[in-house]
Design a protein around this ligand. Structure first.
Ligand code: ADP
Length: 483
């Protein structure tokens, strides 16, 4: 087993027990293809056991004052923070991102634990002025109950903490199915939660290579009152349908197709820096990555040249080696998808001006690329690229830019670059997106609501909104006040 993986558990975690299984699946390092660890390949029955455990743990956990739950979460935050270096190395090993980005994700992921530990104490209800002399009205907020979470591989820590922390802070218990590519970070988080004193059954981690079977258990079980999913729109739609029979609450963080608009009046240095941060972070494998870079005619050529310059400075190679800004993609399929999108664009008239090929570092490394002359009909701007390729589309007017930006079933993130305050405000209001970065390429943090509109999903994670997702409002009417 890999050295860093040895420091953390490789067994699943159900009801406070570390569970091994004869059947396992391999976790590999995408930079080298080497096996990092083998983890239990659990099935539907284990998923049921995890839901049983979460159900049993619910009454005691939900009855605790929020302050007591917060104390456990704060210890968890401290332990995660203290383990930053080891966790970051584990993340780079199973996911591939550069170590500096992995460290940043540990801080980002931990910040949700700290934030929701605090927010959990502020689950205020309301008193509502009465309409009848004999009655009084008020609301209280209560935890939804047992939650199931299904997480992706691109942010193996943060996508879990931003579901688990608000669930636990509000008094819910939770069963998590991490992505098969990156289960080790989830298990490491669970170990630290156990060390922080989290009672058995409150957090359970079901590792599996059979996501549909485990996912079906979560959806069908009426004890699970909420499903929180981050992943593809395709799978999100399956889960949405499967949850209909038990009428579950859903948070869905699905795919995006983020437009990044650069207007003639933009500060080009700021725009290039924003595009670089948004596009090439995590080798382009984030759901808020700029997928379509729409540039106004007056600055198109200069912006493209500056972007090519900046891209040329990115080191490409294993995330564990210092100096590399772009690591491997997660899988061979991801490489095929990027190659197919680029070659289709080129066949329709686009031109590769940087990259456009597998990098010398290895078969899963794709050179940071810039493609110009992209038109709105090309798949490269209609589908999520999920790779380090910037596709530049030219536009002439503000109205055209907005029309192009909104011409997609998705609506997660959007970015615009302009020094004209009126334009920035006007365009930000008109973009169909859950989040808009104005002169900014990175906007996620724990205190703000993250989420999308249209087919990018339902609900918000982070911020005050992120807690509400795990709470039900109960209205209480007091009668016979004047009896
Ligand atoms: P990605 O393309 O990012 O891997 P997916 O939507 O396929 O996106 O995966 C996100 C998460 O959903 C992963 O944990 C994966 O195992 C899980 N998943 C995939 N298919 C299903 C399914 N049919 N039911 C439940 N979970 C699924």
């Amino acid at each position: 087993m890999n050295m860093i993986a040895k420091k953390f558990p490789t067994a699943a975690f159900i009801d406070g027990e570390w569970i091994n299984s004869v059947k396992t699946f391999s976790v590999t390092d995408p930079a080298t293809g080497a096996e990092v660890a083998a983890v239990p390949d659990l099935g539907a029955e284990d998923a049921v056991r995890a839901v049983d455990a979460a159900s049993r743990a619910l009454p005691l956990w939900s009855a605790k004052p929020a302050k007591e739950r917060a104390a456990v979460l704060k210890r968890w935050f401290d332990l995660v923070t203290a383990e930053t270096e080891n966790l970051a190395q584990l993340m780079t090993t199973e996911q591939g991102k550069p170590l500096a980005e992995a460290r940043a994700e540990i801080a980002y992921g931990a910040s949700f634990i700290e934030w929701f530990a605090e927010e959990g104490k502020r689950a205020y209800g309301r008193t509502i002025p009465t309409t009848m002399a004999s009655k009084r009205y008020l609301t209280i907020k209560q935890p939804i109950g047992v939650v199931a979470a299904i997480a992706p591989w691109n942010f193996p820590v943060a996508m879990i903490t931003r579901k688990v922390a608000p669930a636990l802070a509000s008094g819910c218990t939770i069963v998590v199915k991490p992505a098969a590519e990156t289960p080790l970070c989830a298990l490491a988080l669970a170990k630290l939660a156990e060390d922080a004193g989290l009672p058995p059954g409150v957090l359970n981690i079901v590792t599996t290579d059979d996501a549909p079977a485990v996912g079906k258990v979560f959806c069908d079980d009426s004890r699970v009152r909420k499903l929180s999913f981050t992943g593809s729109t395709e799978v999100g739609k399956i889960l949405y349908r499967q949850c209909a029979d038990t009428v579950k609450k859903l948070t869905l963080e699905l795919g995006g197709n983020a437009p990044l608009l650069v207007f003639d009046d933009a500060d080009l240095d700021v725009a290039v820096a924003g595009a670089m941060a948004s596009k090439y972070r995590n080798a382009g494998q984030t759901c808020v990555c700029a997928n379509r870079i729409l540039v106004q005619s007056g600055v198109y050529d200069r912006f493209a040249a500056a972007l090519v310059d900046a891209v040329g400075k990115l080191g490409v190679g294993p995330g564990m080696e210092p100096g590399n800004a772009v690591g491997p993609l997660i899988s061979a399929e991801a490489i095929v998808k990027v190659e197919t999108l680029v070659s289709e664009a080129v066949s329709k008239g686009a031109k590769v001006v940087a990259g456009g090929e597998i990098a010398p570092a290895g078969p899963l490394f794709y050179s940071p690329s810039v493609v110009v002359g992209v038109t709105p009909d090309m798949s490269i701007v209609r589908e999520e690229i999920f790779g380090p390729v910037a596709a530049l589309v030219r536009f002439n007017t503000e109205a055209e830019a907005i029309q192009l930006a909104n011409d997609t079933p998705f609506g997660l993130a959007a970015y615009l670059f302009s020094r004209d305050l009126s334009r920035a405000w006007r365009v930000a209001e008109k973009l169909d997106a859950g989040m808009v970065g104005v002169n900014e390429g990175i906007f996620s943090n724990e205190v703000v609501p993250f989420g999308g509109v249209k087919e990018s999903g339902l609900g918000r994670e982070g911020g005050a909104e992120g807690l509400e997702e795990y709470l039900e409002v109960k209205y209480i009417c007091l009668g016979a006040i004047d009896a």
